[in-house]
Ligand binder design. Structure first.
Ligand SMILES: NCc1[nH]cc(CCC(=O)O)c1CC(=O)O
Length: 312
């Protein structure tokens, strides 16, 4: 490894203060320091961290976890940021760019419950905690008898509320539980057929200023091309459906042979209606992955998806 000849200041990596955000920032910092790049982690507070009570829509906008970080980037208080891609709105921010998506973690949702090893084992009328419209709608679609209660806060807070007996079960992303060393809390992983994950779930997005080519050069080796194509397809479908991070919409892209296969589901929040579409195409370029996402979204719009996404 050749050392830089001049002493350069460490790159400032902006992170939220939650344990999961810090884990993700530290993981990226480690990849870079292993490559000889010095990184300093700077904590940035976001609206989503300050307001942890009440339904998420009362905070009033998409991007509650990411906006303050993007402002810090634009103000040059930090040089780059690591986002959970599923929390990052699809609307491009002028002056910023997602320059790398590292290899994706498992993207399933997981059931955490004390007395059930599957969704089917939950007793009739059981109370499941989640703040996500996507999870609520799919739960009620499969099990209209369940009750769904709002549940917010970081991963540890949500587990503590389950343990306190506030809910019979909760749903969390497997990726976050793995990262926090909490995989042993998982009662069962839900298959995509049971619960389509959020677009970008399990993936990280590394963002920096579009004009900062020096930092981009350092960050782009962290990109995993397959992850990149998959999340582009998922996020392109989300963008076309104008879902934002609050939409009752799931998306799952994966490589099947040489083809990228994308499944997208749109749900009415009460779970009473559900539309699905799927398509596969050989995607060698980002533009092809974006086109695949768009095509699946167009299929859903032709089936009437706009009515479901509006009927909240
Ligand atoms: N919205 C919160 C959030 N953002 C990212 C993750 C987990 C990691 C991931 O899905 O990439 C979580 C927690 C959860 O949904 O359980």
């Amino acid at each position: 490894m050749t050392q830089p000849t001049t002493t350069t200041a460490p790159l400032r990596l902006g992170s939220r203060g939650s344990k999961l955000a810090r884990w993700q920032a530290e993981w990226v910092a480690k990849q870079l320091s292993d490559a000889g790049v010095a990184v300093q982690i700077v904590e940035v507070r976001t609206a989503g961290d300050v307001r942890q009570v009440g339904p998420i829509e009362t905070i009033g906008m998409v991007g509650v976890f990411t906006k303050a970080i993007q402002e810090a980037l634009l103000d040059e208080r930090i040089d780059f940021a690591v986002h959970s891609l599923k929390d990052l709105p699809t609307t491009p921010v002028p002056g910023l760019e997602v320059v790398a998506t590292p290899p994706r973690a498992p993207l399933a949702d997981a059931l955490i419950a004390h007395h059930a090893a599957s969704l089917a084992e939950l007793p009739a009328g059981a109370l499941v905690g989640t703040g996500s419209y996507r999870r609520r709608a799919q739960l009620l679609n499969a099990r209209p008898d369940l009750q769904v209660g709002d549940l917010r806060g970081n991963v540890e807070t949500r587990l503590a509320k389950l343990d306190a007996g506030d809910y019979d079960a909760i749903l969390l992303a497997e990726a976050g539980l793995h990262r926090l060393g909490l995989s042993d809390r998982i009662a069962c992983r839900l298959s995509p057929a049971e619960m389509l994950p959020a677009p970008g779930q399990g993936a990280l997005g590394i963002e920096c200023r579009a004009a900062d080519t020096a930092t981009q050069t350092v960050l782009t080796p962290l990109n995993d091309p397959i992850t990149h194509l998959a999340v582009l397809a998922e996020r392109s479908a989300l963008a076309r459906l104008e879902g934002g991070c609050l939409a009752a919409l799931g998306a799952w892209a994966r490589l099947e042979g040489a083809a990228l296969c994308l499944t997208v589901g749109v749900f009415r929040e009460d779970g009473q209606r559900r539309l699905d579409a799927q398509s596969a195409a050989e995607c060698a370029t980002p533009a092809q992955a974006v086109a695949l996402g768009r095509a699946v979204a167009e299929d859903l719009l032709a089936q009437g998806a706009a009515d479901l996404l509006r009927a909240r």
